[in-house]
Design a protein. Structure first.
Length: 186
């Protein structure tokens, strides 16, 4: 899976796809630790076996064609400049669904994409900070696009685009559009 029609200078230009991986977020951190990828590298996966959300929660990505990606950007800015970054990312995601598919999703602060009170997606934003200066921004996005069966513990609080709207999301187009909009807003 390769991103096409990117209009970015760096975000997503280097992209890596895994059919299955433990976690796209963990893979990005490994790439950073090994100094083996340029800023803007984006990691996508069909299936994540050990994905994570905020507060150490598990994120379920066990079917193909759901949106699961993480990326990192080298930064050099005061941490205060990134206030509201997760909300900005959520707004971009909601706008893309509105513009591309004509559907209205909501944002549940601080990092959830919801419909009818049920979670469709989430954003995990992590940073590496040294004396109030952000050196790295690492962002993970997971969106249930096709998932229709959920485990007992989340079946009443989670849903998907397919379940709610009956539409198929083009994952590559979505991620490409996200990269284009996010880099422009950065």
């Amino acid at each position: 899976m390769k991103l096409k029609n990117l209009k970015t200078n760096f975000l997503g230009r280097n992209n890596i796809f895994y059919k299955e991986i433990d976690s796209t977020q963990s893979e990005v951190w490994r790439l950073i630790e090994n100094n083996s990828a340029p800023s803007g590298t984006l990691v996508m996966a069909d299936i994540q076996t050990n994905a994570r959300g905020t507060h150490g929660r598990v994120w379920h990505t066990d079917e193909i064609n759901n949106i699961a990606f993480s990326f990192f950007i080298n930064m050099n800015c005061n941490i205060k400049e990134l206030d509201g970054m997760t909300l900005d990312i959520a707004k971009i995601i909601v706008e893309i669904f509105k513009d591309m598919y004509g559907i209205n999703l909501d944002i549940k602060l601080p990092n959830d994409i919801v419909f009818g009170g049920k979670k469709i997606g989430g954003i995990l934003t992590e940073t590496k900070v040294c004396k109030e200066i952000v050196k790295l921004l690492v962002v993970g996005v997971g969106i249930n696009t096709v998932k229709e069966s959920f485990s007992e513990d989340i079946k009443d609080i989670a849903t998907s685009i397919k379940s709610e709207f009956g539409i198929d999301v083009d994952v590559v187009k979505f991620i490409t559009e996200f990269c284009n909009r996010f880099e422009k807003n950065l």
